[in-house]
Ligand binder design. Structure first.
Ligand code: C2E
Ligand code: MG
Ligand code: MG
Ligand code: MG
Length: 286
């Protein structure tokens, strides 16, 4: 009897594994075709200066309009895109589309708006990244200073000679470099000082429980102070409440993004949002 049970457990696991493997394969196959079928789309989330609420830029966030699954979040397919190498062409599509949109908004609203684009570790390692960024800027007409590349702490901590050189070259080109999800990795102060970084983005996990979690508040405040010391800009992500905003203002955070302002939206909806936001702010100024 024990043997039977053992076998049925074994069968249960294999069929569950087979199903998982099958799902993954199906996802991988449809992901491969998603780019040519134009199933990817970008949503944008605004970034606003804490001191006066001025709109300073936006972050581009990719989504997958899957024919059966609906809108799929990046956490569900970016890792797979990294593994399969699709992140290369997908990343270029994201960058080109986001730069084009930034150029349109900058002219439409007659103000410089920067565009932040997430760059994965595999993209950063690609030997042609610098040329690709340069030609996208040329093609779209977006000034290099308006493009901000977000790299995660773990991406930067791989500490490869080649990626360090790529970062320096990108910096020389004039683009801004930012460390995303800051505080979740292991950057040393020496490394931060040495690398050509412009911006630190405080990870959402340290913002979420302000003002209840005392140690999160200390961590957020420490990151802000550290950014000051290193003369870096500091952005808070995931700001959802006025209390969190007040705390960040008090501690001298430069800018923020989060649901308090708005959830990420597609380009058309974001155009209306910017129009209304900047309008209301203009009218609010005495
Ligand atoms: P991230 O770059 O740290 O982006 C911030 C995430 O927080 C976004 O999730 C955004 O929708 C979400 N968020 C913004 N404000 C709030 C808030 O107030 N509360 C909460 N709970 N969440 C908020 P999203 O769009 O699902 O993206 C997840 C991650 O996927 C991103 O994290 C980024 O690492 C990655 N990602 C997104 N687009 C791209 C891309 O084009 N390329 C690459 N390589 N990665 C991307
Ligand atoms: Mg990001
Ligand atoms: Mg982030
Ligand atoms: Mg994050």
């Amino acid at each position: 009897q024990a043997k039977d049970q053992g076998r049925s457990t074994y069968q249960f696991y294999t069929s569950a594994l087979t199903r998982a493997a099958h799902d993954r394969l199906a996802l991988e196959t449809s992901l491969r075709h998603a780019l040519e079928r134009e199933e990817f789309t970008l949503h944008y989330q605004p970034q606003v200066r804490v001191a006066d609420g001025a709109l300073i830029g936006l972050e581009a966030l990719v989504r997958w309009r899957h024919p059966e699954r609906g809108l799929v979040a990046p956490d569900e397919f970016i890792p797979l895109a990294e593994e399969t190498g699709l992140i290369g062409p997908l990343g270029l599509w994201v960058m080109r589309t986001a730069c084009r949109q930034a150029k349109i908004w900058s002219s439409l609203f007659a103000r410089p708006l920067h565009m932040a684009v997430n760059v994965s570790v595999r993209q950063l390692r690609h030997p042609n990244l610098l040329d690709q960024v340069r030609s996208i800027l040329q093609e779209t007409g977006l000034p290099a200073q308006s493009l901000e590349l977000e790299l995660t702490e773990s991406t930067l901590m791989s500490r490869e000679e080649r990626t360090e050189q790529t970062l320096r070259n990108l910096k020389e080109l004039g683009v801004r470099l930012s460390i995303d999800d800051f505080g979740t990795g292991y950057s040393s102060l020496a490394y931060l000082k040495r690398m050509p970084i412009d911006v630190l983005k405080i990870d959402r996990s340290f913002v979420k429980d302000i003002p209840e979690d005392f140690s999160d508040m200390e961590i957020a405040a420490t990151i802000i102070a550290m950014a000051r010391t290193l003369r870096l800009q500091v952005v808070a992500e995931g700001v959802e409440t006025p209390a969190q905003m007040d705390f960040l203002r008090e501690r001298g955070c430069d800018s923020y993004q989060g649901f308090l302002l708005t959830r990420p939206m597609d380009a058309a909806a974001m155009t209306r949002w910017i129009d209304e936001y900047t309008d209301t702010r203009l009218r609010a100024v005495p």
